[in-house]
Design a protein around this ligand. Sequence first.
Ligand SMILES: [Ca+2]
Ligand SMILES: [Ca+2]
Length: 251
Amino acid sequence: MRPPRQFRALAHPMLTTRIRVLTTALLLILLSGLHGAFAQTGACCPSCDLSECVIVTQEECEDLLGFYAGDGTTCEVDCGEPLIIPDAANCTVVPADALGGLFLCPAVPSPVEGSSIVVTVNDNCNDPMGHVAVTVELLDRNPRCGPAILSGVTNSDGEVTFLLSGSGCSHQIALSGVIKANGVTMRAYPHVKSPDTDANGRVELGDLVSFANEFIGATPSECHDYDNDETTALSDLVLFASAFIAANHCP
Ligand SMILES: [Ca+2]
Ligand SMILES: [Ca+2]
């Protein structure tokens, strides 16, 4: 049976599609308006750049780097002290960040370049954090020897210096070199390497042989690739040579 004349135009396929599109668009506009009208707001407490409490949505509060106290809260809420914590993204470790790992070396008669590192701790507002307890944690496969300094407290510039006096090799081993500030992990390096690769406490002939084998490609570039660029090359030789020439050793 054919539809009545007045409904025949609506039954046309093209018109039906247009009506559906229009209806969907109207529904979307309506829903987005409702969402905006009912978006939850609450107190956004000061942190970093936000100096005073404001009433915004949680998303807006996160954009302001504030601390969102919850939907429906007002600025009468107790915001407490601004949230200030060590921030790994704002922290630097020289030269380990450039090397992609930690470089250890027995420090007698004197520390070699690269085995002394400076950790700078900045907070989530990117300001230096003084009086922060910082530690360097190593695996047993990287034995330490005196005068290693693996813990300290930052100065007013957020800086603390460590002396990585030690041996052994951790190559592509997760969490082999972990640096923490107030217990918060700032770095977790997969590489911790020393010219004293065989960990007998001295940089000597045996280490030179294994270095040479990597250098000429007889063995894969691993334990003597101190800058972790997957090649034991001139930049690694510079670090090795100073330790070998001075016959660096543990006390
Ligand atoms: Ca050795
Ligand atoms: Ca290298």
